[in-house]
Design a protein around this ligand. Structure first.
Ligand code: C2O
Ligand code: CU
Ligand code: CU
Length: 454
């Protein structure tokens, strides 16, 4: 699987102009538009942010925002993004959780060549699943994501749902000091443990924001973890909240309960019944406040819990005939820094991914038959959390030896300390798909592999 720069650029010529609007597609919550495409021009460029009052942070932004501008599509429609790289280094965009053809997956040297400074690349794909997704580069991830290249991608349901109100909350904990200067995105000692944490927790780029919600209404909260490292232990004490969707796939609505662990790359959609005007509720990470949800006057008639969201068209794996594959996620201290090689602290089935070796994807860790049914047994041999993510296909979480699971479809499963979990999928998307931990420090120090479907 390799191609030349010429082939890639040649591929762009025939594309023509896609009629881009200034800010992107028009969109109206809960109404169907006739538009069958949602077109954006998306620029990645440096941007000074004021994350710490009175100081600037030299961030990198998508569409003049970090986290990046919110992209919207509708289930069954096409999303077309002309991506322009105005950074001084190569990058790509990966569409996390969206089931795209390989050429649109944004993995350098596997899906496409890196988009060089000053170049553009047209991403075009159909959005078949409705839900909360996100986008980010897939190279130099620790610092590109760390500097702010992360953004939400929302795919609306084809038919209106019972939700009339929603908020998108993108979580990120920035690696900055008290003066807003960036600190190291990756420290070897931390990479070998839970990953390097930032210090400044933000929602939509703001520390401790107050989010206003209409009193008496039911609001859909789309909470996205766009952070490199942190697993947020989400809780909403005092709130009436129900889970409607996990990682872009609907679930049978159920109470949020005490706490939900949202690992890097994961998303959760909650419905919250907003209390009487003037009430303030904390959204927290464990005991720490992330935001204040404040109810404000609403003239609308009170809302009630909407029906469950419609399932996405993900093929159902047949567990009877599925082949079982085992994946061990191991800690492996092979400190190779003396030789100038990257440090490999992690491996899957005894193999570490080398982010500097462009040929790793030529040696897939597993080969799946197209349309074959598979069960993966995921085993965490260490005490640190690994949000395990697969590109190209959604998978169904079946069970775990550590917690009770109501089976559900997802693209990222948070594998806990020494946990073994089983997931299943139908390998319906041909290609070479990255399979990795979404703690960026882990993925860049070995915890990544390629899975071939052919
Ligand atoms: Cu969120 Cu390999 O990606
Ligand atoms: Cu992904
Ligand atoms: Cu990990």
């Amino acid at each position: 699987m390799s191609f030349t720069r010429r082939q890639i650029l040649g591929g762009l010529v025939g594309l023509g102009v896609v009629g881009l609007g200034a800010g992107g597609a028009r969109y109206w919550l809960g109404r169907s538009l006739d538009a069958k495409t949602h077109d954006y021009e998306l620029i990645a460029a440096p941007l000074d942010l004021e994350l710490v009052a009175g100081h600037t942070t030299p961030a990198w932004a998508y569409g003049g925002q970090a986290p990046g501008v919110e992209l919207r599509s509708r289930q069954g429609d096409w999303l077309r993004v002309r991506f322009i790289n105005k950074l001084d280094e190569p990058t790509t965009i990966h569409w996390h959780g969206i089931r795209v053809p390989l050429e649109m997956d944004g993995v350098p040297y596997v899906s496409q060549l890196p988009v060089l400074p000053g170049e553009y690349f047209d991403y075009r794909f159909k959005t078949d699943d409705a839900g909360s997704f996100w986008y980010h580069p897939h190279l130099s991830s620790a610092h590109q994501l760390g500097r702010g290249l992360v953004g939400p991608l929302i795919v609306e349901e084809r038919e209106p749902t019972g939700f009339r109100h929603e908020k998108v909350l993108s979580l990120k904990t920035w690696h900055v000091d008290q003066e807003g200067a960036f600190t190291a995105f990756s420290v070897p000692r931390e990479a070998a443990r839970e990953g390097t944490r930032g210090r400044l927790t933000t929602i939509n780029g703001k520390p401790l924001p107050t989010v206003e919600l209409p009193a008496g209404q039911v609001v859909r909260l789309r909470i996205l973890n766009l952070d490199n490292t942190v697993t947020y232990r989400l809780n909403l004490p005092g709130a009436e909240a129900r889970i409607y969707s996990l990682d872009g796939h609907p679930v049978e609505p159920r109470n949020l309960g005490k706490e939900y662990w949202l690992g890097p790359g994961m998303r959760i959609e909650l419905a919250i019944k907003v209390p009487a005007e003037g009430t303030e509720l904390p959204l927290r990470n464990g005991p720490l406040r992330l935001a204040t949800l404040k109810s404000v006057a609403s003239s609308e008639a009170p809302g009630d819990w909407p029906a469950a969201l419609p399932a996405n068209p993900v093929p159902e794996p047949d567990l009877e005939k599925a082949e079982v594959l085992r994946f061990n996620f191991e800690w492996a201290a092979t400190l190779a820094s003396a030789t100038g090689q990257p440090n490999n602290y992690w491996q899957i089935n005894g193999k570490a991914w080398d982010i500097n070796d462009k040929t790793c994807a030529d040696r897939p860790i597993a080969k799946l038959k197209k349309d074959g049914h598979y069960i993966f047994e995921l085993r965490n041999m260490a005490q640190y959390l690994h949000p395990i993510h697969l590109h190209g296909m959604a998978f169904k979480v079946l069970d775990s030896d550590r917690k009770s699971i109501i089976p559900y479809f997802t693209d990222t499963y948070l594998l806990g300390k020494n946990e073994t979990a089983r997931i299943a999928l139908v390998a319906d998307n041909p290609g070479i798909w990255m399979f990795h931990c979404h703690v960026i420090d882990h993925m860049e120090t070995g915890l990544m592999a390629a899975i071939e479907v052919a």
